[in-house]
Write a protein that binds this ligand. Structure first.
Ligand SMILES: NC(=O)c1ccc[n+]([C@@H]2O[C@H](COP(=O)([O-])OP(=O)(O)OC[C@H]3O[C@@H](n4cnc5c(N)ncnc54)[C@H](OP(=O)(O)O)[C@@H]3O)[C@@H](O)[C@H]2O)c1
Length: 346
């Protein structure tokens, strides 16, 4: 695993160490904090005495080819998780694929089909177009067969997972009046920004505060548009930073194009997510909240419908580090290796 010292890396290690069919053969960090192998509990105290292998600092901007493959533990490794910055993943993935490894990338480097979209949304030129063309956007509830056969699995973003799960059943069924506009007002805990400190994430700036950010510019917008097959003009996504460590709550607003009841809405979601062990559909107007999902691998969905005006509100909650990142990556790994998708997750 690359990116072992990050927040997502910690969650992956926590899940994989207790997974009955997985074994972590290498964990890798950058060289920014260490020059020689070190015990992972030095960075993640909760992992004390869970691993006998050390974390290896590797300058991923330096080595390609053999040195990189040696570092990731090929050929012993069957799959490599990348919990690294987008540009690092973009550099490293082609080398791993060329060596015949399967890859699960948790960055945004392989989420967008159009390489030309990367400068606008991610601020860099994408130079791995072959890998991008074969990448599978892996939302296991929606495309399990494609996930199962993927060589390069691009794990969806945390906000994007919460919004796509909320909207996909309705859009696929043609129930939404798209011309009325679709809005997602989403809130995330501060671990969503990763471990690197910044002024905006300083405790007194976040605590007892709630701030909107990334208006019209958030990186998860294009993957949501792509997965939902809707246009930019039809969708507004506004993320907010909450003073909690983990969790996402998305409140999504749509209007129907024909009369529906709350019972029909719940039945539709139950039908589509019925076989999905990690999506919980609430009935009778009950609504999910962050405390129901923080520290779990579930995505929870609840609904309120104003039958008079046919406006529906979907409330979607998940843990940004769980179903929004590491949990979903392990769920994808399970499918890629022929295991039930919930193994090691519930
Ligand atoms: N946080 C979330 O909720 C979340 C959710 C979904 C997806 N993601 C994505 O998952 C990835 C990791 O996120 P995170 O929150 O875990 O970030 P993070 O806490 O900042 O961790 C980043 C990891 O990448 C390593 N790294 C940084 N620069 C590197 C470089 N140049 N070469 C090699 N390794 C490098 C870091 O190593 P050092 O510690 O040595 O610097 C660290 O292990 C990102 O792409 C992020 O967008 C995050």
């Amino acid at each position: 695993m690359l990116g072992a010292t990050g927040y997502v890396g910690r969650e992956l290690l926590t899940l994989l160490v207790r997974h009955p069919d997985a074994r972590v053969v290498r964990m890798i960090s950058s060289t920014s904090g260490a020059s020689k192998p070190f015990p992972i509990e030095q960075v993640h105290p909760a992992l004390r005495s869970r691993f006998t292998i050390p974390c290896l600092p590797v300058d991923l901007e330096g080595p390609g080819g053999f040195a990189l493959l040696e570092a990731v533990g090929a050929p012993e490794a069957d799959v490599v998780f990348l919990a690294t910055p987008h540009e690092t993943s973009c550099d490293v993935v082609p080398v791993l694929l060329d060596a015949g490894l399967r890859v699960i990338d948790l960055s945004g480097a392989f989420r967008l089909k159009d390489a030309a979209a990367y400068p606008r949304w991610y601020g860099f030129e994408h130079h791995a177009s072959e890998a991008l063309a074969e990448a599978v956007y892996g939302l296991p509830e929606l495309n399990p067969a494609a996930v199962a056969s993927a060589r390069l699995l691009s794990n969806p973003g945390c906000y994007a997972t919460s919004v796509i799960l909320a909207l996909s059943p309705l859009l696929r069924s043609g129930w939404v009046d798209i011309s009325a506009g679709i809005i997602s007002d989403s809130k995330s805990g501060a671990s969503g920004a990763g471990r690197t400190p910044s002024g905006k994430l300083h405790f007194p700036e976040v605590n007892e505060n709630c701030r909107a950010y990334g208006l019209f510019t958030h990186r998860h917008v294009p993957e949501m548009l792509q997965a939902l097959d809707i246009g930019e003009k039809d969708f507004i996504f506004t993320p907010h930073l909450l003073p909690v460590t983990r969790g996402i709550l998305s409140t999504v607003y749509v209007r129907f194009n024909a009369r529906r009841t709350l019972g029909e809405v719940v039945a539709l979601f139950k039908q589509i997510y019925g076989p999905s062990p990690l999506v919980r559909v609430y009935e009778g107007g009950a609504l999910p909240e962050i405390q129901a999902v923080a520290g779990t691998q579930y995505a929870d969905l609840g609904f309120a419908l104003d039958e008079e005006t046919q406006r529906l509100i979907i409330v979607s909650a998940l843990d940004n580090l769980g179903k929004g990142a590491a949990g979903q990556a392990v769920q994808n790994m399970n499918l890629m290796f022929g295991l039930p998708q919930e193994v090691g997750l519930i």
